[in-house]
Design a protein around this ligand. Structure first.
Ligand code: NAD
Length: 249
């Protein structure tokens, strides 16, 4: 049990990678909070994980709303008494993404940045305040599009590069305060975020991945577990890339 007795706040954990993190962390002994805007999927995740006899609570949180993020973390503080781990997965992207930079309207750019970067900043800020003197580990989920440029989605690429920078800045601010902050970089992973992508584009993506397949959510969640466990006790301001070799090319 890598996370016995620890509490974990996971944004965007109702579905996909975050859902896999929630179940894995709960199996490893954590008291898990699934913080997501999607109430239906969040409650379903809570029901399914509780049915395994594990400790999980759904909290409705909209990461674009400062009060919502603050209140979600205050609930963890009052119920669990402390926050040890946080994994920030909440994000949106443009579906069917054939959006070149000149085609993107400013409203779309603002919407993506408000969830994927501003929302992540708010999450990190209140997670740090909740961890306070007791310390902890924060994992921010970026993307291959946060490490190298990818076509047709400039808002997402900009936000995900911002996640890498914000993580390094926060890591330095708290390196001597017992709070570690790292970035997790998944490659293309089988989750609902891919729902709008046509099969022909998916096939094309697979041919570009050295391992010739998409990641499974659990393969990404395993990285989050390592970054939140004491096994990574000297790791901060770092980036863990799990992408089948994509960004090595
Ligand atoms: N799936 C991939 O191929 C892939 C690749 C690289 C990086 N990522 C990143 O992994 C993370 C998880 O993505 P996923 O693939 O599991 O997608 P997903 O769509 O299954 O999960 C995203 C979650 O974020 C939640 N969310 C969206 N807006 C929110 C808001 N305002 N407040 C709170 N929650 C909100 C959604 O309800 C959803 O549960 C994201 O940061 C994504 O950018 C995914």
């Amino acid at each position: 049990m890598e996370l016995e007795g620890k509490s974990a706040f996971l944004t965007g954990a109702a579905t996909g990678i975050g859902r896999a993190v929630a179940e894995l962390f709960a199996r490893e002994g954590a008291n898990v909070y699934v913080a997501d805007i999607n109430e239906e999927a969040g409650k379903l995740a809570e029901t399914e994980i509780r049915a395994l006899g594990l400790s999980v609570t759904f909290v409705r949180v909209d990461v674009t709303d400062e009060a919502s993020v603050r209140d979600g973390l205050a609930q963890v503080g009052s119920e669990a008494g402390r926050l040890d781990c946080a994994v920030n997965c909440a994000a949106v992207t443009v579906q069917g993404a054939r959006n070149r930079t000149g085609d993107v309207d400013v409203q779309t750019f603002d919407e993506i940045l408000s969830v994927d970067l501003r929302g992540l900043f708010l999450s990190v800020k209140y997670e740090i305040l909740q961890m306070g003197e007791t310390g902890g580990s924060i994992v921010n989920v970026s993307s291959g599009s946060g490490v190298v440029g990818t076509r047709w989605n400039p808002s997402y690429v900009a936000a995900k590069h911002g996640v890498v920078g914000l993580s390094k800045a926060a890591a330095l601010d708290y390196a001597d305060k017992g709070i570690r902050v790292n970035t997790l970089v998944p490659g293309v992973t089988e989750t609902p975020i891919l729902a709008g992508i046509p099969k022909s584009v998916r096939d094309e993506i697979e041919t570009q991945i050295p391992m010739r397949r998409l990641a499974r959510p659990l393969e990404i969640a395993n990285g989050a577990l390592w970054l939140c466990s004491d096994r990574s006790s000297y790791v901060t301001g770092s980036m863990l890339i799990i992408d089948g070799g994509f960004t090595a090319q």
